[in-house]
Design a protein around this ligand. Sequence first.
Ligand code: NAD
Ligand code: DAU
Length: 354
Amino acid sequence: MRFKDQTIFVTGGAGFIGSAVIRHLLADTDARVVNIDKLTYAANLNSLPGAASNARYAFEMQCICQAPHLRRLFDTHEPDLVMHLAAESHVDRSIDGPAEFIHTNIVGTFTLLQESLRYWRGLSPQRRARFRLLHVSTDEVFGSLGEQGLFTETTPYAPNSPYSASKASSDHLVRAWRETYDLPTVLTNCSNNYGPYHFPEKLIPHMIIKGLAQELLPVYGDGKNIRDWLYVEDHAKALTLVLEHGRIGETYNVGGRNERTNLHVVETICDLLDQIAPSPRGPRRQMISFVSDRPGHDRRYAIDASKIEGELGWRALENFESGLAKTVRWFCDNRPWWQAIVDRGYNRSRIGLN
Ligand code: NAD
Ligand code: DAU
């Protein structure tokens, strides 16, 4: 019985990773889940099929920057655990307009920490001992790697984008609330996720959707930037494991040991789409178009996941090639999910390509 009679707050539970976490918690554990989400452009409650009718699930449309509302939620639902995923998450948007990233990622995390602390201090000793807050962060806080080496838990922070700087700030706040006020926190830094329900502005879904429409596929710079890909369901399992068994005050790096260049990823998507739905215009690789680079574009990310593997026995189960094939198939089979987002429109102004 995992999380029996326990209530877990999940902030950002209508987003890509948050929804995967909630699907996992509802399917594979006994937890009660409260999804706290402001429903920004990136949110989608359709990513939680069946959740609304589950007696163990509740949705609260709230902004994490609003202290009085957060306070009411803590006092109403009395959570045992908090998983904090709410954030502005897209690097390109942070370049166009950093203000929202500062607000949600830094002020929002600060507000959540303050309200968690107030609530935690009021708990009975038994419940106080059980409480913990998991802060979900990114490998981008470490900056960019050269050709060699991996990010470990002791790699110095060197964020290069407004997004990663805001996430680095939030990580530091979490650490400080632990060191100064004893709030029981644990932190994860994960590499690039991919999989079903991924918002169409990100590399993999963007290329699948453009590829299906037989449109140009915009690859930034020379396409040789490297990302370390992790299937989102493997990440969701890692997060629940860290919540359950991670040591308080510790950081865990999470990654799938799947380094690929962006060009390789896009070419593979082209080939998969050609097999599923051949294009009358010929092989989709011809549609790859090199466009101007992202300013401050980190060259390479790669995670050393040996701490979470060794301490908690976690392993990434999905191999990248099969995971990507599953993902391409999912987007082909679930057009209504993403078509509604595309029809609604979303801004990709920095690169001027929609
Ligand atoms: P996402 O953009 O898909 O979802 C973010 C969710 O947070 C959305 O549902 C949104 O409505 C909600 N949200 C935003 N601002 C809010 C606010 N002020 N109050 C309440 N809710 C708010 O993001 P994601 O890709 O699912 O990422 C989730 C978390 O994981 C983020 O903290 C991100 O930094 C981190 N992360 C993401 C990746 C990745 O590859 N996507 C990798 C490592 C870490
Ligand atoms: O590393 C973890 C991070 O991964 C998370 O913290 C972020 O929230 C998440 O968005 C992701 O950031 P990236 O910037 O790596 O993801 P994105 O999908 O935007 O881009 C992946 C790579 O592909 C990056 O090198 C930029 C490139 N790219 C992206 C897009 C959208 C392109 O070449 N063309 C594109 O159209």
